[in-house]
Design a protein around this ligand. Sequence first.
Ligand code: GLN
Length: 255
Amino acid sequence: MKGELLMYTVEICHLYPELLNLYGDKGNVIALKKRCEWRDINVIVHNVSLGDEFIPDKYDIVFIGSGQSYEHEIIRDDLLTNKGPAVKDAIESNKVFLAISGGFQLLGKYCKTVDDRELEFLGALDLWTISSQERMIGNIILECGFLKNENFDGKIVGFENHSGKTYLGNGVKPLGKVVNGYGNNGEDGNEGAVYKNVYCSYLHGSLLPKNPALTDYLLETALNNKYRDFGPLPRLDDSLEIAASKSMINRIIKK
Ligand code: GLN
C-alpha cells in the first residue's frame, strides 16, 4: 500500500473546534486524519470558527462536535446567519458531514428548552429536540444496517450523555437501532440520524476511534465524491479496535 494513495487528499473542516469539544469529540477528527495518514492519503484539517467563512468547495468532510447550551448560544447566530446558507447548500449537494450530540441538535430545526422556549436551530435536517429533566447517560451499543458486511457485524459502541430528546421527521433515517442504551430519546429505539451524506449521533467517547468501520465509511464516501477513479479503501489492521469493541459489548450486555 505504501505511497500508492499519495495523489489523493482529504480536506476536513472542523467547525468551532475550540467551542464544541465535549467529552473529546475532537478524537473524531484525529481518527479521520490518522486513518488517512496510515494509508499515505494526504489530509488537511481546516479549523473554521466564529466569524470565519465556510467555503464548502474546500472541504471533503465537515465535522461539528458538541457543547452545552452555553456554547450553543455563543455559536448559534454565526452558524445560522453567517455560515447557514453555505452549510445547507453543502448538505444538499451531498457533502459528507459528521455531527455529534449538540452538533446533531444544531443541524435540526429547533430545541425546546426546559422552560418551554423554542430556540431556532439551523433547520438543515428535519429533526428537533425537546430538553428533558432526564439525563441519558452511559455506554451504548447500536446496530447500523448500512455498515454490515462479511467482515463487520454493524455494531457500533460509544458513550452517550445528553438530556435533549431528539425526534426524526420526514426523510431522515436513524443512524442505527439501539441494542443497549437510550439513543435519541429513550423511546423509539432510534440512535442518530442520516440525511443524504450527513451522519449524526449522540455518541461521544469519541465515536470514530472506537468504530473504524464507520470512520472508513465516511472517508470512502468522501473520496468517492471527490475522485471518480477512487476504489475501495485498502484495509488496515483493526484487530486492537475490534477486540476493544467486543470486550465493551460483552461488558455492557452482561451488566
Ligand atoms: N446539552 C445538550 C444535551 O444534554 C447536548 C450536549 C450534551 O450534553 N451532550 O442534550
